[in-house]
Design a protein around this ligand. Sequence first.
Ligand code: PMP
Length: 421
Amino acid sequence: MSEQSPGWLMDGWPHIWLPYTQMQTADLPPAAVSTSGTRIALADGRTLIDGMASWWTAAHGYNHPHILAAMSEQLQRMPHVMFGGLANEPAFTLAKRLAALTPGNLNRVFFADSGSVAVEVALKMAFHYHYNLGDSRRMKFVAFRGGYHGDTTGAMAVTDPDEGMHRLFRELLPQHLFADLPTTPDGLERFKELLAEESHAIAGVIVEPLVQGAGGMKFHDPDLLQDIAGYARHHGALLIADEIFTGFGRTGSMFACDQARVVPDIMCVGKALTGGTMSLAATIATDAVYGAFLGESDARALMHGPTYMANPLACAAANASLDLFEREDRLGQAKALEAMLAAGLAPCRDLPGVEDVRTKGAIGVVEFRRKPDVIALRRKFIDEGVWIRPFGNIVYLTPALVATHDDISALTGAIHKVLSS
Ligand code: PMP
């Protein structure tokens, strides 16, 4: 610990339990004290250039004045009021805007408080949809190996069963059907067979469109998404697009589904929805899915209601974030980042141990043949003045969409330097 470490860091450390961390050997994390744009200031006086956008949330950079102003105004007026029985303007306005922004007739927005909960709602919604149509046998989901959908039980059950950190819980979880992403003609045949054989039992197919994020930043083509959507429909299964990572410009279009011109039956969004300020997510259903829940009896209704759902403060932040997408050319910036990341990371291809270097939108990835010491790499990146958090066998960048050419040069330069050392 350096001399400048604040008292709260050591005082709180014996009581903190960190995410995805073996606490016995965990380093004391660097103390972040303020953020601005693409910078994170540490308590010891150093400033890091941010390559992560805080787990892909801070699309406009940190502390964007427009979002802060909207939040301050909402904070004074009404930070929260329950959604069970009361309406609030930011949530109703946001629902209307999300319905307009998402493709096709995705018109009904159910708010949740985190991405994992949005996925839980989507799974519950899909099962209940079929039930309401008179088919109670459709209880299984098809999910893809390499996929990740969250850490709650239902979401874990559709996350990769071997690589998704949840292997230990396999017996505890509902058993679903896993397929490889059908990237080859043979793979597509196997996927078609699975759907045909099990169609009577399948409620939905859940996919992260174009990018499997936390499963290793693996990319696939829009054509493949179209195939998945087509076969799911053919067998009466709902298509659930988990856009929690890919949504809001990350892949270069507002939603990854837009690139494939696929309209899912249910779409989950979260993360960058509030521009990196507060936790908020949504499960968005088509008119047809929503319609199946209408009727005289409560038994047909969706029985879900997180305490903080549609939190006005978070919804005000999300509306302000959408203003910025409308006023400023974020999608153009995301596309420009793709070229900058590709050029900056290209020299890493020649480094020993590097298996692949790839980019899509504002995502840049260096993949290793073997899993490196990611904790040691993280320390070295901090020494280079950048915040980059490698995991598994990848080092990746998902910077704010407003990152400049200089930011990207610094980030990619640091990666090349650290991996060369
Ligand atoms: N789905 C995807 C694709 C994600 O990337 C994540 C978070 N990494 C989640 C769901 C879960 O979101 P949250 O952490 O907000 O629960």
